[in-house]
Design a protein around this ligand. Structure first.
Ligand SMILES: [Zn+2]
Ligand SMILES: [Zn+2]
Length: 350
């Protein structure tokens, strides 16, 4: 089979490798769609501490079951499925407390296990044990289902800052995750949703699809003042930073409403993780700052349900569909901001 093998920074190539063998507690799938995300670009350029090359990367995975180990129940050949990316152990104190996103033994598809940029992929026992495989409803395409995992991550973040009816939500960062946050906040009943970015081109591309109540080009407009004007002088009740930007995190804490909640969704570059915060602003305004990391199997299930019900449409966010051979082009398109969501289709026979 063909697979995209990552061997180190800037070294990712599509090669022919042996088709993986299925163990008794595993299943094998044909990968029909694996979406690319910012993390793939990060891995491609800089590597990742939890990833030991060589490895098949790709973790936003949907496809069809083609073989099932004899100890596996609930899966059959021909089933259309979506697979979780972050794999919790299900056993540690965090998992038992229902906080699988911070599982202390977490592993991930495309990191410890071969991922989805391959024609075929093993669904490991560890994924099956925690109910990490979801059946895709017939009317949902593989491409749409591959967006389940990033949507689940957005869902995790928004549940941690309790986005709900009446909220005014500002999303900073108009990439694919920012688009998902806008749609999810709407689905949660937010009164107004705003989208901001420093890249005017990316903002326009995304705004033309998600139609936030107001899009703000931070390179040309005064985001703080516009937010004051748009919220009766109060500021947004929730701000989500969906960009690897410390400056965005700092500004979010300055312009959020008193009593507001800020989600640091996007991680910062590991050589620049520090920000500067006026702690008294957090103190006197009773701000709540929440991190967000990954998603649980249950959140994947819920996200796929939101896609299937139409509450969070994703088909129109997929701007590029590429064969496996063009995985590097796919990552470049994600990095440059010319694409919203790019889906690789490894299972398409060419
Ligand atoms: Zn991802
Ligand atoms: Zn755990």
């Amino acid at each position: 089979m063909k697979a995209a093998i990552y061997r180190g920074p800037e070294d990712l190539s599509v090669e022919t490798v042996a088709s993986p063998e299925v163990g008794p507690h595993e299943a094998k799938m044909r990968v029909h769609a694996c979406a690319t995300c910012g993390t793939d670009a990060k891995i491609f350029h800089h590597g990742h501490p939890r990833l030991e090359p060589p490895q098949i990367i790709g973790h936003e995975i949907a496809g069809e079951i083609i073989e099932v180990g004899d100890q596996v129940h609930g899966l059959a050949i021909g089933d259309r499925v979506q697979v979780i990316a972050a794999v919790p152990c299900g056993e540690c104190w965090a998992c038992k407390a229902g906080r699988m996103g911070i599982c202390i033994n977490q592993t991930s598809m495309g990191y410890q296990y071969p991922g989805g940029f391959a024609e075929e992929m093993i669904i490991p026992h560890e994924v099956l044990t925690v109910d990490g495989v979801n059946h895709i409803p017939d009317h949902v395409s593989y491409d749409e289902a591959s967006v389940t995992e990033p949507l689940a991550c957005a869902l995790n973040a928004q549940s941690l800052v309790n986005v709900g009816p009446g909220d005014t939500v500002l999303v900073m960062g108009a990439g694919p995750i920012g688009c998902l946050h806008v749609r999810l906040a709407r689905a949660a009943g937010a009164a107004k949703v705003f989208l901001a970015d420093i890249n005017g081109g990316r903002l326009e591309l995304s705004q033309n699809v998600v139609h936030a109540d107001r899009a703000v080009d931070m390179s040309a407009e005064d985001l703080g003042q516009i937010m004051v004007d748009e919220t009766d002088g109060i500021g947004p009740s929730v701000i989500i930073t969906a960009a690897p930007s410390g400056a965005a995190q700092e500004q979010a804490l300055e312009i959020v409403a008193p009593g507001g909640r800020v989600s640091f969704f996007g991680g910062l570059p590991k050589d620049k993780p520090m920000i500067s915060v006026d702690s008294n602003v957090v103190h006197y305004r009773e701000l709540i700052i929440a991190g967000a990391n990954g998603s649980s199997p249950a959140q994947n299930r819920e996200a796929l349900g939101l896609i299937a019900s139409g509450a969070v449409p994703v088909a129109d966010l997929i701007t590029h569909r590429l064969p496996l051979d063009q995985v590097r082009e796919a990552i470049a398109a994600v990095t440059s901001g010319e694409a919203i969501k790019v889906v690789i289709r490894p299972g398409d026979r060419s």
